[in-house]
Design a protein around this ligand. Structure first.
Ligand SMILES: *[C@@H]1O[C@H](CO)[C@@H](O)[C@H](O)[C@H]1NC(C)=O
Length: 266
């Protein structure tokens, strides 16, 4: 952990980098694929050249793909809390696309991810895990802090704040927002092509996006697939009434004064 901390804190950003930032389980791989399709002009062959985590490397993990040899413009992803973002990103005024997802679906997805991604401690029961999640005692810390602090960057730098639920509702509309943010334009056919390639169904069967390239000792997709359901409102089948009431009361306190409006269902 110390080594990776030292690594990313001295990371030198370039002005034409594009950073995709999300709390875990909020649509990172999804938006990474959309961005790749945009950057590669919809060329599927190019988008199949390597697994997603090499094409859009994870800042805090120092994948081999993320080095100064990577040609510009680079796409980079991170789950870091804003306070840990290397200063260089701010100095270079790097554009950021932030994706947020409602906390209840994130908690359920994170619980399943903890079980299958072996780097995590045993999550225990769902009830225990939910408490830990609410407490911010999970990898990458508090969801509440993450979604709020990153939102505050909008202004000091160029940040596009997207919601998983909006992407679910109308991916085409959100892709147009991204294009406008990037100052790029694509033909109608190309946008449709990207919409088609980035459906849940396509993502799930794409070996360069579905993490099938990761050994089973690290991610056991028999326990829970990396691309599990990809829906809004799955939390309803998991939260008990008591858990939901408890969560809502805590949520109201943690999010008091916050202008972000999350949707729990579509
Ligand atoms: C990932 O994609 C490959 C190729 O389509 C497929 O065989 C595999 O079942 C997928 N993995 C999961 C967990 O969906």
């Amino acid at each position: 952990l110390l080594i990776s901390f030292l690594w990313f804190s001295i990371f030198q950003a370039w002005p034409d980098d594009l950073l995709i930032s999300t709390y875990p389980k909020s649509g990172t791989t999804w938006v990474a694929e959309i961005m790749e399709m945009i950057y590669q002009d919809g060329n599927l062959e190019k988008c199949q050249r390597a697994p997603t985590y090499e094409r859009v490397p994870i800042l805090e993990l120092k994948w081999p793909g993320l080095s100064t040899e990577t040609p510009a413009p680079r796409l980079i992803r991170t789950h870091l809390q804003l306070a840990l973002l290397p200063q260089s990103f701010l100095d270079q005024k790097v554009k950021v696309i932030y994706v947020a997802r409602n906390a209840k679906d994130v908690a359920v997805s994170y619980y399943n991810f903890y079980k299958m991604a072996k780097g995590h401690p045993e999550p225990g029961t769902w009830d225990n895990f939910l408490e830990k999640f609410m407490d911010g005692q999970v990898s990458f810390g508090s969801w509440y802090q993450h979604v709020q602090k990153w939102g505050e960057l909008d202004g000091p730098i160029n940040l596009l704040y997207l919601f998983y639920e909006d992407l679910k509702e109308n991916r085409k509309r959100e892709i147009r927002k991204i294009l406008e943010f990037l100052g790029r334009s694509l033909s109608e056919e190309m946008v449709d092509h990207i919409v088609q390639h980035t459906s849940f169904k396509e993502m799930k069967k794409n070996p360069m996006a579905n993490y099938t390239t990761i050994p089973i000792e690290i991610m056991d997709q028999n326990i829970s697939p990396f691309m599990r359901k990809g829906i809004v409102g799955d939390w309803k089948s998991v939260f008990t009434v008591a858990q939901n009431e408890h969560f809502d009361a805590h949520y109201a306190k943690k999010m008091a004064g916050c202008k972000l409006k999350f949707r729990w269902q579509l």
